[in-house]
Write a protein that binds this ligand. Structure first.
Ligand code: S3P
Length: 170
């Protein structure tokens, strides 16, 4: 069994992924953490040295590697499904879940997040909201190809995600 969590920055993929892995007795892989370990560099360092293009290449390689892991929940980076053949790879390798947070909740979480994210660094609240709306409009094309879509405007519980997964299987 292989589950891929996809969705925008701040949608809770890592938190939900960890909880889901525990609930289903699967292992957990955070794709960004996997990239950081593999290259011995943080995500902001990769963006700084190789640009977004270099990061996307590293991300594609890492995704192809973890797509072979067994019995795993993978939390992908927000842009991962939207480049190269990545969404196709995800769909061929397992079940995909899109955590579709409203722009309001995404902006709220990102404004308070301690994680450094090169794409939104230094943006004011107004600029961030505009950026989220603009990029979501493009990214939704990829995100909406997920097998399961969970729309939310609140903190979702693991039980909700497990229930969505079970009803998808029936
Ligand atoms: C990105 C999302 C980040 C990380 C990188 C780029 C994106 O992951 O992969 O900063 O393009 O949306 P999170 O979604 O975990 O923040």
């Amino acid at each position: 069994m292989r589950l891929f969590l996809i969705g925008y920055m701040g949608s809770g993929k890592s938190t939900v992924g960890k909880g889901l892995a525990k609930a289903l007795n699967l292992s957990f892989v955070d794709l960004d953490a996997f990239i950081e370990e593999k290259y011995h560099k943080t995500i902001p360092e990769i963006f700084a040295s190789d640009g977004e293009e270099g990061f996307r290449k590293a991300e594609q390689k890492a995704l192809h590697e973890v797509a072979d892991f067994e019995d795993v929940v993978v939390a992908t980076g927000g842009g991962a499904p939207c480049f190269f053949d990545n969404m196709e790879k995800i769909k061929h390798s397992g079940t995909s879940l899109y955590l579709n947070g409203s722009p309001r909740i995404l902006a709220e979480r990102l404004l308070h997040s301690k994680t450094e994210r090169p794409l939104i660094k230094g943006k004011t609240e107004e600029e961030l909201v505009a950026f989220i709306n603009e990029t979501l409009a493009k990214r939704n094309h990829w995100y909406k190809q997920a097998d399961i879509i969970i729309d939310f405007d609140h903190d979702i519980s693991i039980n909700e995600v497990v229930a969505a997964l079970r009803s998808h299987k029936q």
